[in-house]
Design a protein. Structure first.
Lengths: 681, 311, 286
């Protein structure tokens, strides 16, 4: 048997805080063979990043290894001298972080940051180092290595920055690559290509991978084995296929049941949220850490002793005393309901456009009457939202979906076109000009739970204030309304007396939903309402939003980049790219095809659990700058189905089927259907 | 970059133009006071009117302003009543004297503060850091006028080591410069040290320093190549803006030690109502302040590549 | 880390001492001077302008045998009593001036940051204009034009400090106004005034409180400096800066007359700086 490359032996790491030592990682044992790839999955605060820094022995500030060992190539890293440690870091183990932008020094060129690795690990300097750095840049599929080599980090795109960081990590040809959420913050298509690159290069260089992520689907694309972490410890570990298809630990089951399955909608397979939230380290129960949230828990067994990690005989390990007893059935979700019947048009968007003016760069911008540059954030949008149903607007960052939300809610003014709600054009009507009833009728749920509530006031007061402004309720009625709403969002009323910083992200987002629904609005705009939440909480909040929308008969406009979520929640879908509508139709039409080539790309890039094509990832390339959008069809620069110069020259015509499926493409829809059908078989 | 420089220069020009209008309004809005200041308290009404007519004070306001601005630009500030000489001849040697003082001050301040700050910030929370931080907070709390008195009490009165005045009556003597420079340093080095320390400590916390360390680079390389340049951007700006503050300290110090510099001149001009002298001093000090501000802005752009391209 | 603060114990002096000894030290010194200022008539052995024995050295006695602990100045006034009463002056004018500067600076900063566009352009330009003057020159010019008095000092400090405060507030507001809770407030039809003062301002308090403490120290220095240069609150009001000014000619022979006021003003400035530092330390630890 070969010696494992990396072995964690009952590793425990704690942070010193004002409330004493807080255990972040508890008794974690793992081993990784040369060339193997292991995924470490878990939600925020489960200790997965701490493990990575523990391995590197870089526990900045208050972290401390309080037990166990880290063996690298058989050597205990604790016994290494600083010089040996330096040799291991970068040379034998390299690390790729999330947010490449902050991982790169803003004041040094990419080239300087690459070659210094060679200087200290390989003793290579000068032209030879430059040559090797540039070779590595092309290895990570950077199209223009010479330019990027000389560039500063801020001069290249986010996707390229992450590639640079990967190139930097691979330069000294390390044996082990630690990846800590390497694609967080990137668009799905870019994410897909970065993940593909990681899998490719690790195979080519024979590098072992320890891939840390909250995204089970993403990890399953790259890793042979998966370890699931919960509250600082490993709860289940085993081969990827086995974890995904036959999970045993209730938490793993829960995680998988939380993810909208590709191809399923809310009727076919409802989401099954995990109730509750991850306990803080000082609130962990005495027995099984997961017990308070576990559907299979049995009092008297699960809360007695902390369960050990047991080998189940198939090369996997599970930390559950009932592992042999609980059957293979899925966690049942709440049954979904068929889409509501449309009751007419609630929001009619007609040729809506929004330009932002920016001063041109360079000396020209200083001239007093210089023609300002225009960024067209919304370009002649036309679509309708049906009353009482859910319309989703999807697209990658910079596609203009949030700009539309801000125009509809009156936080921005349109440059042209109309948005009609209840007979009035709201496009030019900013919040200050709207009547109280117009304000009441249209509310919003925002993206970031940490910014959505005012940190200075108790949450109950913030909801009551809305009731006062929009409904003119008296003091008593306001208190009643707050209580009713808290019941509706299933939060204990005591929460009303807390300030936002004492609430979890999920709780804050629930309150944000309650706030939007205080005035019984006709329309609610939800801008990425769950994207900042943990997976297990996400499902519950999504469910809540859908329920409350249905109960109030509200029109919901959901802005999201997450196709799985959209497919699950929406009745109709609009797909946007660079400010334009690419495709629109019912959820069924958009997801079952024929697809617009851009929608097709998005669908392919979407990480899926049951993805057997695995790494058949989409085309390279990134969204062009909206400052200089492509002529003709905006998507032609990345389109895999581009038919010729017509795509570059003319704006594509809009095709509409009798059933109302719309698409802007030069290829006839029938032809698209044919090719896409063929590729599938 | 060219845009940045052009923009900053343009902004400074606008600032100076606006300031000059304000100055003109403050000093010249009422000709009566000007005449009284120019001819002295005991001049008669007729004398003042004659003087005003002779100097074009009965012209419309904008004509007067343009004429005044032209004289400012060409350095014809008029005569100093106090010194009974053209203002420019009074001003020159005084500026030079203060320049010497400032040069000595910066020559010691910059290496001292930057190195102390960098050492403190390198390892946040260490004993060295706490010591340096405490020392700087203590010294910044002593106002220059207080430290002047205290230092004089110790080194002049108590130990008799140094001269108590720096009037340089017997020609230039380095010994007389020691006290003024020491007072300025005592108050200011703490501030710059703290800025440098905070900036260095921030940089040491950043993800790119972590990246550098996890790339296995040696510590000296990380500090010199990755940390220093980023950490010195804020202190650089502060050093430049110090000049604005320095004028304040210089007034106090020159006043206390009777040093014949620009600071004591401006105070004398104010206390004796020597209008033209005060006008000239104010104009010069604004020019210095705006100029250093501009240099700070442009330098910031040069040091920080993100600004250089993005704006 | 959701529930850290919820379960946190009440802040006691002891826990504060453990968290930030610097803050406690600063508060103690400030508390001392405040007590001294409030109870000045009870504590001071003599009246501030009572003429006793000119140039009496520290520890000497008046003819009727009363102790002059810190001696007397050139007019025979008891230095200790003048320092005690001088504490009243500085602890009245420094907070008052800072408060004025803050009222103006915060309001303008909120307007500039929240309104943006030409309003911001105009206000920022104006701030640049004031900031183009070296502070001391501004004071000298104002005092020269309008004369030295308590009120003029307030005006001068407000004019000189508010642009800096405005810039600080404006920067914080530019960041805060993009928060979703501000949009939410706009979407329920709140007035501009409400959004600025109720939704935004309370969340800017962290950096503002720290800055206010530093600025209190700085204003104390400024008032002292003006007194020292002879531009301060006119005599015979006991004022630390003026005391140093009046006695500086005798400082080489009778340093006690100047040294003790120097120590007083330095300790007060130190208190403000320590408090600012301690508060910053606490806010970073959270």
């Amino acid at each position: 048997m070969t010696q494992p490359l990396l072995e964690l032996d009952r590793l425990s790491i704690s942070y010193r805080t004002r409330r004493g030592a807080v255990p972040a990682v508890v008794d974690v044992s793992l081993s990784l063979n040369p060339g193997e790839s292991l995924g470490l999955v878990g939600e925020s605060g489960c200790g997965k990043s701490t493990i990575a820094f523990g391995i590197m022995r870089w526990l900045a500030g208050r972290g401390q290894i309080v037990g166990g060992r880290v063996l690298f190539e058989g050597r205990d890293m604790a016994t290494m001298s600083p010089a040996e440690l330096r040799h291991v870091r970068g040379k034998r183990i390299a690390m790729v972080f999330q947010e490449a932008m902050s991982a790169l020094n803003p004041c040094l060129t990419i080239g300087a940051q690459l070659t210094e690795v060679l200087r200290f690990h390989e003793d290579v300097v000068g032209p030879e180092a430059e040559r090797r750095a540039k070779t590595m840049l092309s290895e990570v599929r950077i199209p223009d290595p010479d330019r990027v080599y000389r560039a500063f980090p801020h001069e290249i795109s986010g996707g390229q920055q992450q590639r640079v960081v990967i190139a930097m990590a691979l330069l000294a040809n390390p044996a082990l690559l630690l990846l800590d959420e390497p694609t967080t913050g990137l668009d799905v298509t870019v994410e897909a290509s970065v993940v593909k690159l990681i899998a490719e290069v690790s195979r080519r260089f024979g590098t072992s991978l320890l891939y840390i992520s909250h995204n089970l689907a993403l990890i399953s694309r790259v890793c042979e084995r998966i370890a699931v972490m919960y509250a600082g410890e490993i709860v289940e570990e085993g081969p990827t296929r086995r974890i995904l298809t036959a999970p045993i630990h209730p938490y793993t089951r829960g995680l998988i049941a939380c993810l909208p399955e590709s191809g399923a909608d809310k009727v076919a397979r409802p989401l099954a949220p995990i109730p509750g939230q991850i306990p803080a380290p000082w609130e962990r129960p005495a027995g099984c850490f997961f017990m308070p949230r576990c559907a299979y828990a049995v009092p008297g067994r699960c809360d007695v002793a902390h369960p050990p990690l047991i080998d189940d005989g198939t090369g996997a390990q599970v930390r559950c005393v009932r592992a042999d007893e609980i059957g293979p059935e899925r966690v049942a979700g709440v049954a979904g309901q068929p889409p509501a019947a449309a009751e007419g048009i609630s929001v009619a968007v007609d040729n809506l456009s929004k330009d932002y003016k920016i001063t041109p760069p360079g000396l020209r911008g200083l001239l007093p009457f210089a023609e300002p540059l225009r960024i067209r954030a919304n370009d002649h949008l036309t679509f309708n939202a049906e009353a009482g149903r859910t319309l989703a607007i999807v697209g990658e960052s910079g596609c203009g979906k949030s700009t539309f939300a801000r125009i509809l809610t009156g936080l921005e003014r349109a440059t042209g076109g109309k948005v009609e709600v209840a007979g009035a054009d709201l496009g030019q009507l900013s919040v200050i000009d709207r009547s109280r009833d117009q304000l009441r009728a249209l509310q919003m749920v925002f993206q970031n739970p940490d910014e959505t509530l005012n940190p200075s006031y108790k949450v109950g007061r913030q909801i009551a204030r809305v009731a006062k402004r929009l409904l003119s309720l008296g003091r008593k009625e306001r208190a009643q309304r707050v209580q009713d709403l808290f019941a509706e969002i299933r939060l204990p009323p005591g929460i009303a007396d807390r300030k936002p910083r004492h609430l979890s992200g999920g709780q804050k987002q629930r309150i944000a939903i309650a706030r939007a629904f205080v005035g019984r609005p006709d329309i609610v705009v939800a801008d990425e309402p769950v994207s900042a939440l943990d997976v297990s909480v996400r499902a519950a909040v999504t469910q809540l939003l859908m329920e409350i929308q249905r109960a109030h008969g509200t029109t919901l406009i959901l802005i999201s980049h997450d196709l799985a979520l959209v497919r699950y929640v929406a009745d109709t879908v609009v797909v946007m790219y660079l400010g334009q509508v690419m495709e629109a139709g019912s959820t069924n039409q958009v997801f079952s095809g024929p697809h617009h080539p851009y929608t097709e790309l998005l669908l392919k890039a979407q990480p899926k659990l049951d993805n057997d094509q695995g790494l058949d990832a989409p085309v390279e390339g990134e969204t062009p700058s909206p400052l200089d959008p492509p002529k003709g069809c905006p998507f032609h620069t990345r389109c895999p189905r581009k038919v010729g110069t017509i795509c570059e020259a003319a704006r594509p015509p809009e095709q509409v089927t009798p059933a109302g499926h719309r698409m802007a493409c030069h290829i006839p829809m029938a032809d698209l259907a044919r090719v896409q059908e063929k590729e599938l078989t | 970059m060219a845009r940045l420089i052009a923009q900053r220069l343009f902004n400074s020009a606008v600032s100076i133009a606006l300031v000059s209008i304000v100055l003109f309004l403050i000093f010249e809005i009422s000709p009566e006071t000007v005449a009284a200041d120019a001819l002295g308290q005991y001049s008669t009404r007729e004398q003042r009117d004659l003087w005003l007519a002779a100097n074009g004070y009965f012209e419309p306001l904008h004509v007067r302003f343009l004429d005044w601005a032209r004289r400012c630009l060409t350095g014809e500030f008029g005569n100093s009543r106090l010194y009974n000489a053209p203002v420019s001849t009074v001003l020159g040697p005084r500026l030079a004297a203060s320049g010497i003082l400032a040069a000595c001050f910066f020559a010691i301040l910059i290496p001292l503060s930057l190195s102390l700050g960098v050492f403190a910030g390198m390892k946040e929370g260490s004993k060295l850091d706490r010591g340096i931080s405490l020392l700087s907070i203590l010294t910044t709390s002593v106002p220059p006028f207080a430290s002047a008195v205290l230092l004089a009490a110790i080194f002049v009165f108590g130990l008799g080591l140094l001269p108590g005045t720096s009037s340089m009556i017997d020609g230039f003597r380095w010994k007389e410069l020691v006290m003024p420079v020491a007072v300025l340093l005592l108050y200011d080095f703490g501030y710059l040290t703290r800025i440098t320390r905070a900036s260095m400590a921030d940089v040491m916390q950043t993800a790119y320093i972590r990246t550098a360390a996890l790339k296995g680079l040696p510590d000296w390389w990380i500090i010199l190549r990755h940390a220093l340049r980023n950490a010195l951007i804020p202190p650089f700006t502060v050093i430049m803006l110090q000049i604005n503050w320095l004028i304040g300290g210089v007034v106090v110090v020159e006043f206390f030690f009777a040093y014949k510099g620009f600071g004591s001149l401006i105070l004398e001009a104010s206390l004796t109502h020597d209008l033209f002298l005060l006008q000239a001093c104010t104009a010069v000090s604004v020019l210095i302040a705006v100029g250093t501000q501009t240099i700070a802005d442009i330098g910031y752009g040069l040091l920080n590549p993100r600004i250089r391209v993005a704006r | 880390m959701t529930d850290v603060a919820a379960t946190q114990k009440k802040v006691t002096l002891l826990s504060l001492l453990r968290e930030s000894p610097i803050l406690v030290a600063g508060l103690s010194i400030l508390g001392f001077w405040m007590l001294v200022a409030i109870f000045a008539p009870l504590i001071a052995p003599f009246g501030p302008n009572q003429n006793l024995v000119p140039m009496a050295p520290p520890g000497s006695r008046t003819p009727d045998g009363r102790l002059m602990l810190l001696g007397a100045d050139h007019l025979g006034r008891d230095v200790l009593s003048r320092i005690i009463y001088g504490g009243r002056t500085v602890l009245t004018y420094a907070p008052l001036a800072t408060l004025c500067a803050y009222s103006v600076g915060v309001t303008l900063g909120l307007i500039a940051g929240y309104k943006g566009k030409w309003v911001d352009e105009l206000l920022s330009r104006f701030a640049d204009l004031v900031l183009a003057f070296p502070v001391i020159v501004l004071y000298i010019v104002i005092i020269q034009k309008f004369g030295a008095s308590g009120l003029n000092i307030l005006v001068a400090v407000t004019l000189a400090s508010s642009p800096g405060i405005m810039r600080l507030v404006r920067g914080v507001v530019l960041d805060l106004r993009t928060r979703a809770y501000v949009s939410a407030a706009q979407m329920r039809g709140e007035s501009t005034f409400y959004v600025m003062f109720v939704e935004i301002l309370p969340n800017a308090r962290g950096p503002l409180i720290v800055d206010a403490c530093l600025r209190l120290g700085y204003v104390t220095i400024t008032i002292g400096t003006l007194g020292f240069l002879g531009l301060g609150i006119p005599p015979p009001t006991p004022d630390w800066g003026s005391m140093i000014n009046e006695s500086r000619h005798f400082a080489m022979v009778f340093p006690h007359m100047a040294v003790f006021p120097c120590l007083a003003v330095s300790s007060l400035v130190l208190a403000f700086n320590l408090i600012a530092d301690g508060l910053r330390e606490l806010s970073l630890a959270d």
